[in-house]
Design a protein around this ligand. Structure first.
Ligand code: DQA
Length: 171
């Protein structure tokens, strides 16, 4: 039977291992399920995110998801990490981002991620390296903790597992 102080330690450890992760999805990903299913799969973003949130719960992790077709809205969401606590009043620990087409164009989103200086993982459903040349360059890969491409929706789960491990090792 653990002593009171040991229980206290366990309790504190549990609280401190609760992680808050922001999941961001860029333009046209709201059309998942309808959009080029042979490339992006047949499941909706809603279904993918619901599964991810459920899985995160089993890992003592809270997710907040945000999708936008507008670059400035994604930037505002990233900035909110510094300006206010965006995940249930708790500080955000890390970010998973599929910047979609902004991957290949957006210095502004890159700068926002550099500004908040949080570990992040870049995810792409498709294997961008098998596709058109313009998809081979990313403005994020060299500053990401890791990049997952071509594994479909599983990529988000792998990213979550990896980010949790990275964050635990950091603390
Ligand atoms: C994508 C790949 C990008 O090149 C494309 O513009 C997307 C989705 C992916 O998840 O495979 O919109 O990020």
């Amino acid at each position: 039977m653990p002593k009171c102080s040991q229980l206290n330690d366990l309790f504190t450890e549990n609280i401190s291992t609760l992680m808050n992760i922001l999941v961001l999805n860029g333009p046209n990903l709201n059309l998942l399920g309808k959009r080029e299913p042979e490339i992006y799969g047949s499941r909706t973003l809603e279904a993918i995110v619901a599964d991810l949130i459920e899985y995160a719960g089993t890992q003592n992790t809270q997710l907040v998801h945000f999708q936008s077709n507008a670059e400035h809205e994604l930037i505002a969401q990233i900035q909110s990490v510094l300006l206010e606590s965006s995940v249930s009043n708790a500080p955000v620990d890390g970010i998973i981002i599929n910047p979609a087409a902004f991957t290949h164009t957006s210095v502004a989103l890159r700068d926002a991620l550099l500004a908040v200086n949080l570990p992040f993982i870049e995810v792409h459903l498709s294997n961008v390296h098998k596709r058109e040349n313009f998809r081979h360059h990313s403005y994020f890969s060299d500053i990401a903790q890791g990049v997952i491409v071509g594994l479909g929706e599983q990529g988000y789960r792998f990213a979550l597992d990896a980010l949790i491990t990275i964050l635990k090792n950091k603390n």
